[in-house]
Design a protein around this ligand. Structure first.
Ligand code: E4P
Length: 293
């Protein structure tokens, strides 16, 4: 699983790439606001260039802010034109830019994705909350789809009247209330949503990558590995927490490990493996050895 940093703060991005943990960056309007409010981004254009450069050639998602197909297409083209020379900009388009059911722009995200893809612009389709949305985004040609795991957990907890903090862990298998699993259209947790998206992409053989988003704590991130998310985008604080969590460091380090012969020898060693070998060897039955000669 690749790791993107979910931040628009250059200092954080640089640190994660310095640790050699970064495979990309995701931003959204709220993260951009955080950087601007912190006074980090006095000149936004050159600030974004710093983000793109800090990420090397790895993908950086920049989100559109319009809510009509035309507006998003124009913004997507403009963002791409401004920053394409850095070679790593992805345009983040919401799957559906509507604010409510009675709005008329439910199809505009799909229209924008199709139009921008025709221009050869890479797309990250955001705000995915159902496998159906994942299917439609992938069919429209999105390179990445971003299911929002943490926000699904928030939604389910609200449904069940469970008080929570943003970083609280929510069990992947869901929770029972009154003998029934709390669910949203069959989805029982954020991890389950990501799995359902991975399954849809696999089933229909789309090339789209599943970018698990809205992740808040190390256990939830570890579960993203089990459900085979291609990428997890993680806030800086959670990356720090993962580095300090002994059970999770392999997730961070394995994909990038260039294994030297000497370290293979070391990796293969464990006292319980030694102990097991000694006991098995002591227990060898001669007839068995003869049989399998
Ligand atoms: C990433 O693409 C999303 O914008 C981000 O992960 C949302 O996270 P949040 O739900 O914690 O705001």
């Amino acid at each position: 699983m690749k790791i993107f940093i979910d931040s628009a703060i250059v200092k954080e991005i640089k640190q994660v790439f310095h640790w050699k943990l970064g495979d990309g960056v995701t931003t959204n309007p709220s993260l951009m606001k955080k950087a601007v409010d912190a006074g980090a981004a006095k000149n936004l254009k050159s600030y974004i260039i710093q983000i793109l450069k800090s990420a090397g050639r790895t993908p950086v998602s920049l989100e559109v802010t319009e809510t009509t197909a035309e507006g998003m297409i124009n913004q997507g083209k403009a963002i791409y034109k401004l920053f394409k020379s850095y070679g790593n900009v992805y345009i983040k388009v919401p799957i559906n830019p509507a604010f409510k059911s009675s709005d008329k722009n439910h199809l505009d995200g799909i229209k924008a994705i199709k139009a921008l893809k025709k221009e050869g612009i890479p797309i990250n389709c955001t705000l995915i909350f159902t496998p159906e949305q994942a299917y439609l985004a992938a069919k429209a040609g999105a390179d990445f789809i971003s299911p929002f795991a943490g926000r699904v957990d928030d939604y389910l907890r609200k449904k069940a009247n469970i008080p929570f903090k943003k970083i609280d862990y929510y069990p992947a298998q869901g929770i029972l209330r009154g003998g029934k699993v709390v669910q949203d259209g069959g989805i029982v947790s954020g991890v389950h949503l990501v799995k359902a998206c991975v399954d849809v992409i696999k089933e229909y053989k789309f090339k789209t990558k599943v970018l698990a988003a809205s992740l808040r704590n190390p256990l939830q991130i570890a579960e993203m590995v089990s459900v085979k998310a291609d990428i997890a985008t993680i806030p800086f604080s959670a990356i720090v927490a993962m580095r300090e969590h002994p059970a999770l460091t392999p997730i961070l380090h394995f994909p990038k490990l260039r294994i030297k012969k000497k370290s293979i020898q070391k990796m293969l060693q464990h006292p319980k493996t030694f102990e097991g070998m000694k006991k098995f060897t002591a227990d060898i039955v001669q007839e068995y050895v003869e049989l399998i000669k």
